[in-house]
Ligand binder design. Structure first.
Ligand code: 6PG
Length: 504
């Protein structure tokens, strides 16, 4: 039996993608440099397969063997670490005799510009296609969100497989259809896989997804610190608050898992596990790339950037420990039960508003980069495929989908009535939360940077007039005037005794 798909790299994501593909009726050939991983994947497929059905996974000892076992044109899924390993495997595939029509799909978190270069570099050897994958281990196994991009002919060829293995949403409610049963894949509903655009666009969209993911996670963490340091609540009680929020407009995968983490006890000490986890956050780079891209393009994404900085500050534990006894802060505040309830209600509104702002930043960033790259991205479709399977899945993505369905060219999500009206109603409570965090000395960089973002966009006039004056003063950088046509430049001769204005 020839296999329909080859999977190279059987780490957590690769193995689960291979099992998912097999579950959906395709035959898979698998390879990893680490042979025990190959054997483990094949054994798992065998143990999970329905009794009486034929095997759908076969092992390969090397890439030449894999090429021989695949139907042509071959479809080969790479699940190897981003960067050098992707090119390493591509080189080995060329040596093993891969052919020009064969399709290699990079599913890692590759830097989007690397993907653009790779498509061009391997053009004559094979079709280098990419599909970003979100959803972690469970997503890969039972339905991830997939962001494919590159050669359109290659997409049409792999589309049935991709749509089969993707997460699905109920087409009426827009909610994820969640069934995590080996041998019983979700075949009904709308698949969370859509062709994003030319090479690199899928990885760019996934990069921004991760930037939003960083900000969304940090927002929830700030809420945790405000409730624990501000109100003195226990981890378990905060978990209850999060579970409550998860039933309302803040419903999301990240909110649900945060509650679960907070309510988990440590098997060693019996204390809440979260209190035993060292407060130093790791990162692999996608949030940083999003922040860098926003700075390069000139698209404000302060909440995403603050989330990256928050991880950086967290790693400077020694410095924080020294400064914690050196820098003064406010005395603790005590709250009545009624005040506590109000604090929690304000915080729920603050989180929602800040969350809208971080999605607004991410979507605007995608739009601005798409313009620069000449990609035509369908934002309603992108919001749709993030409704299930991916890490930032949230009920609220249904409203984003609708907003882009009503106006595909929205300059910013804050322009959509649904969001502008809700934020206009909730902003006072958001301000109260930010004020409380400042007055209590509890950092909330994402919640507060988001309100500065909201207020900046509310200002018809910003103090950049003074800034232009400063620039012209020390560097003759010129300025435009409010009473003259755009583009006309003026300079004041600041150093002269008699200051004169000239048109430059
Ligand atoms: C996903 C995740 C996944 C991973 C990232 C972020 O969508 O499934 O984004 O890709 O969690 O690599 O990891 P870091 O937090 O380590 O940067």
């Amino acid at each position: 039996q020839q296999s329909h798909v080859g999977v190279i790299g059987l780490g957590v994501m690769g193995k689960n993608l291979a099992l998912n593909i097999a579950d959906n009726g395709y035959h898979v050939a698998v390879f990893d440099l680490d042979t025990p991983k190959v054997n483990a994947a094949v054994a798992q497929e065998e143990s999970e397969r329905k009794a009486g059905t034929a095997p759908r996974m076969q092992s390969c000892n090397n890439l030449t063997e894999m090429l021989a076992k695949l139907v042509e044109p071959r479809v080969i899924v790479l699940s190897v670490p981003a960067g050098g390993p992707v090119d390493g495997v591509c080189k080995s595939l060329i040596e093993a005799g891969i052919e020009a029509n064969d399709i290699v799909i990079d599913t890692g978190n590759s830097l989007w510009t690397d993907t653009v270069e790779r498509e061009a570099r391997y053009k004559d050897k094979f079709v280098f296609f990419s599909s970003a994958v979100s959803g972690g281990e469970v997503g890969a196994r039972f339905g991830p969100s997939l962001m494919p991009s590159g050669d359109e002919k290659a997409w049409r060829y792999v589309e049935p497989i991709w749509k089969a293995i993707a997460a699905k949403v109920d087409s009426v409610t827009g909610l994820p259809i969640e069934r995590f049963e080996p041998g019983n894949p979700v075949t009904e509903g709308e698949p969370c896989a859509t062709y994003i655009g030319p090479a690199g666009s899928g990885h760019y969209v996934k990069m921004v997804h991760n930037g939003i993911e960083y900000a969304d996670m940090q927002l929830i963490c700030e809420a945790y610190q405000l409730l624990s340091d501000g109100l003195g609540m226990s981890a378990h009680d905060i978990g209850d608050v999060f579970n409550g929020w998860n039933k309302g407009i803040l419903n999301s995968y990240l909110m649900g898992i945060s509650a679960e983490v907070l309510q988990q006890d440590d098997p060693l000490t019996g204390k809440p596990l979260v209190e035993m986890i060292l407060d130093k956050a790791g990162q692999k780079g996608t949030g940083l790339w999003t922040a860098v891209s926003s700075l390069q393009i000139g698209c404000p994404a302060p909440t995403i950037a603050e989330a990256v900085y928050a991880r950086a500050v967290s790693t400077q534990k020694n410095l924080r420990m020294q400064l914690s006894s050196k820098l003064a802060g406010p005395a603790p505040v005590s709250f009545s039960d009624a005040e506590k309830a109000e604090f929690i209600a304000n915080l729920e509104d603050a989180l929602y508003c800040a969350k809208v702002c971080c999605y607004a930043q991410g979507f605007q960033l995608m739009a601005m980069n798409a313009k620069e790259q000449n990609w035509s991205l369908d934002f309603a479709e992108i919001a749709k495929i993030w409704r299930a399977g991916c890490i930032i899945r949230a009920t609220f993505l249904q409203s984003i989908t609708k907003a882009y369905q009503e106006d595909a060219n929205l300059a910013n999500l804050l322009m959509a009535d649904t969001f502008s009206q809700t934020l206009s109603k909730k902003h006072l409570n958001w301000r109260k939360t930010v004020a409380a965090s400042v007055m209590q000395g509890i950092p909330a960089p994402c919640i507060s940077s988001a309100i500065a973002y909201y207020d900046s966009y509310r200002c018809e006039t910003l103090p950049a007039n003074l800034l232009q004056g400063q620039r012209d003063f020390f560097g003759s950088h010129t300025f435009e005037r409010t009473d003259k046509p755009a583009g006309e430049k003026y300079h004041l001769d600041w150093s002269a005794k008699q200051r004169t204005l000239s048109k430059v």
